[in-house]
Design a protein around this ligand. Structure first.
Ligand SMILES: Cc1ncc(COP(=O)(O)O)c(C=O)c1O
Length: 282
């Protein structure tokens, strides 16, 4: 597999960043993951806009020419790796660059941002979409700028591992008594025919898939209520599901060992999945 690093396409095994890179030392960077189906990038512009917002949020200056060439680099990468047919993902990471000696303040003079892209084949989690998944609840211990898609993912990876160790697939994170999101997906809850989702704010990543799902719900005349769901109300919900670029639309059927609703995917998630697949594969 070839990757792109700072202006060059390289064999993945040969690509290396400096030990002084602020992504390595501080987790000082942002990333995006985009789905590609038969060479077509899904919601590409939305991912690029969120990348721009992340860079702005962290005050990382990415050269404008490089920024504008990301779609071409992505397509080149997909071709080089023989991924123009079938399913694939493109991973993109931008860090503040390499600066030595290590100081918390930004490099002065400024150094070029590190730009890295990789791609690989992708297999959707069809069995999980069909049967649904089991989750555990965990405290949301992240910082309060979760709207930025930074590479600082330690609370997320720890929560995911905690879920795996408990024999569950993933986690539902709780902050101040309400459900925020999962370590790598947004959450929707259905109750009385309406869909609830945490408001787009600094407490969640405003997922690209979340936005598509809101649009789908509107087209299906399913009322959307952008309000947090209380942890105390979890077991009274009719349905709960995850949304994300690699998660797709994943029903949640069990929380902390207890069945949710009937313990099987409900009608609303099924109708959303159907529409989502049309948009992704159509
Ligand atoms: C914390 C978190 N929330 C939500 C999402 C879903 O976002 P998207 O639909 O843009 O993939 C992700 C995706 O990685 C995530 O890491």
């Amino acid at each position: 597999m070839q990757v792109y690093l700072n202006g060059e396409f390289l064999d993945q095994k040969e690509a290396a960043v400096s030990v002084a890179d602020r992504g390595f030392v501080f987790g000082d960077g942002v990333y995006e993951v985009t789905r590609v189906v038969n060479g077509k990038f899904f919601q590409e512009e939305e991912h690029l806009v969120r990348l721009d917002e992340g860079l702005k949020g962290l005050k990382i200056n990415l050269d404008e020419k490089i920024r504008d060439s990301i779609p071409d680099i992505s397509r080149d990468l997909i071709k080089r790796n023989g991924l123009t047919e079938g399913e694939a993902t493109v991973y993109l990471q931008v860090t503040r660059g390499a600066a030595f000696p290590r100081t918390h303040t930004f490099p002065d003079p400024e150094v070029p941002a590190t730009v890295y892209l990789s791609s690989g084949p992708f297999k959707p989690h069809k069995e999980l979409h069909e049967k649904g998944v089991e989750v555990i609840t965990v405290p949301d211990v992240r910082w309060t700028r979760c709207n930025l898609k930074t590479v600082n993912l330690l609370p997320n990876t720890l929560a995911r591992q905690q879920a795996r160790d408990a024999g569950a697939n993933s986690a539902v994170m709780i902050r101040d008594g309400v459900i925020t999101e999962s370590p790598n997906a947004n959450i929707f809850a259905a109750k009385g025919g309406s869909l609830y989702t945490f408001p787009a704010s600094n407490y969640i990543l405003n997922g690209i898939t979340r936005r598509v799902v809101i649009d789908i719900a509107n087209s299906l005349n399913i009322p959307i209520i952008t309000e947090p769901v209380r942890q105390d109300d979890l077991y009274d919900l009719d349905e709960l599901f995850f949304t994300g670029t690699t998660t797709d639309i994943q029903p949640i059927v069990k929380v902390d060992g207890q069945n949710l609703g009937k313990g099987e995917p409900g009608e609303i998630v099924r109708s959303i999945q159907k529409e989502y697949n049309k948009r992704l594969y159509g």
